[in-house]
Ligand binder design. Structure first.
Ligand code: ZN
Length: 154
């Protein structure tokens, strides 16, 4: 089966009804089918939809960013942080972890850092609208990503 490029608008809320992210007012998000570019629990639904379709999708944590892993929470001495003026909620990247570390707690001497994805362990609610479905170009397939609005520019 040839791979397709699917473009969609989305609004993401958590189970408390708080909006976490939205593509509204910006380009729709585009992804290459089967390339693992969006969370599996959402892609499964989008692949069955046509241009113009709207749907509310409830993605369980396991099909979104996975469960929280307490072993990814670490306490370090503040003086070892790259930036001394950190605040709770700050994020920074290291080579050790694939996701940014989030500062979750600070004492005078120590900082608690969480390498879990900020949405790990959470069910996610997506309100989605498909804006376009088209065949991927040979170049996109070769690169493994989408070109044009909502994708790569290069
Ligand atoms: Zn490319």
């Amino acid at each position: 089966m040839s791979q397709r490029v699917i473009s969609f608008h989305y609004t993401l809320t958590n189970t408390r009804g708080e909006t976490l992210d939205s593509s509204r007012g910006d380009h729709p998000l585009s992804f290459l089918e089967g390339a693992g570019q969006i969370i599996p629990g959402l892609e499964t639904h989008l692949r069955t939809m046509q241009s113009g379709d709207k749907r509310k999708v409830h993605v369980k944590a396991a099909d979104a960013y996975g469960p929280r892993d307490d072993s990814l929470v670490l306490e370090v001495e503040r003086q070892k942080l790259p930036n001394k003026a950190v605040k709770v909620g700050d994020q920074f990247r290291t080579n050790q972890y694939p996701t940014p570390l989030t500062v979750t707690r600070l004492t005078d001497t120590h900082a608690t850092l969480d390498a879990n994805h900020p949405l790990a362990g959470q069910d996610l609610l997506f309100e989605v609208e498909i804006t376009e479905v088209r065949a991927a170009t040979a170049e996109e397939l070769a690169h493994g990503h989408v070109h044009g609005p909502g994708g790569h520019h290069h």
